[in-house]
Ligand binder design. Structure first.
Ligand SMILES: [Zn+2]
Length: 145
């Protein structure tokens, strides 16, 4: 009845793995995708833009970027900014401006630099830098008229 814990074929986790670049890269990319999603989701929620369907838009953007980053792993550092801009592009067609400037509700913030590992939300109407991506402060509810 007693089985040695040495048995073998079913247990692969302790196998000596060769330095497999592909596997390491895969993990890093998955982590980068998750991080990008979390940062963008934070800013969506901060702006109260978490309308029905927004998570689908975000997930679709993350999914779309997956092939992009797997082709170009160096781009992983830019992933969050790219996903944010994808969501932004999509929302312009549907929900409107996101994220809105805290002072200029009609002005959407822009990510600067657009291709950067640590882009900032900038207001083009003079407020300058509002926050880093993923760090937007929660905005008060917009009074509806
Ligand atoms: Zn502004």
């Amino acid at each position: 009845m007693e089985q040695g814990h040495h048995g073998g074929m079913s247990e692969e986790s302790h196998e000596d793995r060769p330095t497999d670049g592909a596997a390491v890269q895969m993990d890093a990319i998955s982590a980068a995708l998750l991080r990008a999603r979390a940062l963008v989701l934070h800013d969506i929620v901060a702006c109260r833009a978490d309308v029905p369907g927004i998570v689908d838009v975000l997930d679709a953007a993350v999914h779309e970027r997956e092939w992009w980053v797997r082709k170009w792993p160096e781009g992983a550092q830019y992933l969050a900014g790219q996903v944010a801009q994808d969501v932004q592009d999509h929302l312009v067609d549907t929900e409107g401006r996101w994220p809105a400037c805290p002072l200029h509700a009609e002005e959407a913030l822009q990510l600067e630099p657009p291709m950067d590992a640590d882009p900032r939300w900038i207001c083009g109407l003079g407020c300058g830098e509002i926050a880093a991506l993923g760090k937007l402060p929660p905005q008060p509810p917009v009074p509806t008229n």
